[in-house]
Design a protein. Structure first.
Length: 204
């Protein structure tokens, strides 16, 4: 579907805000950067900022909703006879795929990606927001699994499975960032986490 002019302009403004914010986060620190500064540097009104984000933390996690939509599309496309464990593996591997990493405001920009990783590793308020985002995604994805497996799994089972996978991958991914591992090492670490969890979910 071709992107409309209005949609393109909104996407470009959103990406401008993200890139501007991350540049300021790097130059002067996350806590020292204000929404007014981000807006001024991006040459937009502060009230326009709030048309896209509710606060600085939402800028950092701008890709969360897109990840959910992509994940939901995988779940809705469950293959005939596919078990929950196998489908969960496919959804988790999505975050490691080239296609996912090649899109979004930070796509192809190593500098922005490094700033993002540093924020996750060092800023308590960002870490707290990250947990909130993660828990929200876990609940929504678990509900999608229940809908994909009617009369096969209940919500508690889905929450446990999704939580085990995303929690393990997220925790090891954060440690990998703190250790300063390369992209290749980070992906290898996360895939190792997936493999370990999948062994425990083998009966699902």
């Amino acid at each position: 579907m071709e992107e409309t002019r209005r949609a393109r302009k909104k996407r470009q403004t959103r990406e401008l805000l993200v890139r501007t914010a991350f540049r300021l986060f790097k130059e002067q620190g996350y806590e020292q950067t204000t929404i007014a500064q981000i807006s001024a540097e991006a040459d937009i009104a502060t009230k326009t900022f709030f048309n896209y984000f509710s606060g600085k933390e939402d800028v950092v996690f701008t890709d969360a909703e897109r990840y959910y939509e992509l994940t939901l599309s995988v779940i809705e496309g469950r293959r005939p006879g596919e078990r929950m464990g196998d489908l969960l593996l496919r959804t988790c591997e999505l975050s490691l795929s080239a296609g996912y990493m090649a899109e979004g405001p930070m796509a192809g920009d190593r500098e922005l990606t490094d700033v993002y990783r540093n924020l996750l590793a060092t800023v308590p308020s960002v870490q707290a927001k990250g947990l909130h985002v993660l828990f929200d995604l876990q609940r929504r994805i678990a509900d999608a699994f229940v809908a994909a497996f009617p009369d096969e799994i209940d919500r508690m089972t889905a929450l446990a499975a999704v939580g085990a996978m995303t929690g393990s991958v997220g925790a090891l991914g954060l440690v990998s960032m703190e250790m300063g591992q390369s992209d290749e090492e980070l992906l290898a670490t996360m895939r190792r986490a997936i493999d370990l969890v999948m062994r425990g979910l083998g009966t699902l």
